[in-house]
Design a protein around this ligand. Structure first.
Ligand code: NAD
Length: 255
């Protein structure tokens, strides 16, 4: 049995991870981190805490779906821990400092960061890289829509799809990315833009469009249920638990 620690447990994804973990035969809920009082039910004997060290000590692997600030605090606790544990991070909206911390933790324990835990997006990233390389003349535009509560924009998934397209074009993403068309004027050659919509209860829709004269290709992924992310995260946690220290990518899990 693998003891999983759940960080961001009361959230939309966190709750589904708990639901899936309860039913999983190879997983036990080792510890649950809660900020305030516990306002949901857990299997009897589950360890609940708001103490980072106690949380880390009670699990074999952590799954984090929280917020930028919370992930940063968790990473700092892992970095200063005398016995850190592997960690799967699904929180989006992280910055360079957070990624530097993930990198630093990965020198001592296996770490995995994925802005999207679904198999479909992992495949889509590979496909759009190839299409971007083949359709060299196509204008690439990415659109994404998420529920009204999502905090970060563009979504981490849209950015990772953009990263794959930029790789296919052999260009640094920073040089070609446009996330705000206002005051940009007409589209420039080689530009790659992302447009973000927020509304309703949409779990996540990403469309990568390749627009040519006379034809266009649009590749769309729809997440119809957040359970996809919870199942993907648990699959990553099981896979990661006994790996050597390194920063892993989700493609390696689904390979
Ligand atoms: P949510 O707002 O429903 O839940 C956030 C959770 O984090 C809550 O339990 C909250 O209590 C906790 N939290 C927030 N700030 C905290 C703090 N400072 N200290 C401790 N705990 C704190 O959000 P959600 O929809 O479950 O999404 C969580 C994150 O996961 C977001 O960044 C979202 O973009 C991302 N996400 C990633 C994927 C993926 O596949 N990687 C899929 C969906 C969502």
């Amino acid at each position: 049995m693998i003891k999983v620690g759940i960080f961001g447990a009361s959230g939309r994804v966190g709750q589904l991870i708990i639901q899936e973990a309860k039913a999983h035969r190879n997983i036990e809920i080792g510890a649950v981190f809660v900020r305030k009082e516990l306002d949901f039910s857990l299997p009897e004997g589950s360890f609940v805490t708001n103490d980072f060290n106690a949380f880390i000590q009670c699990c074999d692997v952590i799954i984090d779906f929280s917020s930028k600030e919370a992930t940063n605090a968790l990473l700092q606790a892992l970095e200063s821990s005398s016995s850190p544990v592997p960690c799967v991070i699904g929180t989006t909206g992280l910055d360079e400092q957070d990624f530097a911390l993930i990198d630093s933790c990965s020198k001592r324990v296996p770490m995995l960061y994925a802005s999207n835990m679904s198999l479909g997006i992992a495949v889509l990233r590979q496909v759009v890289e190839q299409v971007a390389a083949k359709l060299t003349q196509a204008d690439i535009e990415i659109s994404e829509i998420h529920h009204r509560y999502k905090k970060d924009a563009p979504s981490g998934t849209a950015l990772s799809l953009a990263e794959s397209c930029a790789k296919g074009r052999n260009r640094p993403l920073k040089e070609i990315l446009v996330t705000d068309r206002i005051s940009q004027g007409a589209r420039k050659d080689g530009e790659l833009s992302i447009i973000s919509l927020r509304g309703g209860d949409v779990a996540g829709r990403h469309c990568v469009g390749f627009y040519l004269d006379g034809e266009y290709l649009e590749l769309t992924h729809n997440a119809t249920n957040r359970l996809t992310f919870a199942k993907g995260a648990l699959a990553c946690a099981i896979w990661l638990a006994n790996k050597p220290p390194k920063l892993y990518e989700i493609d390696e899990v689904f390979a």
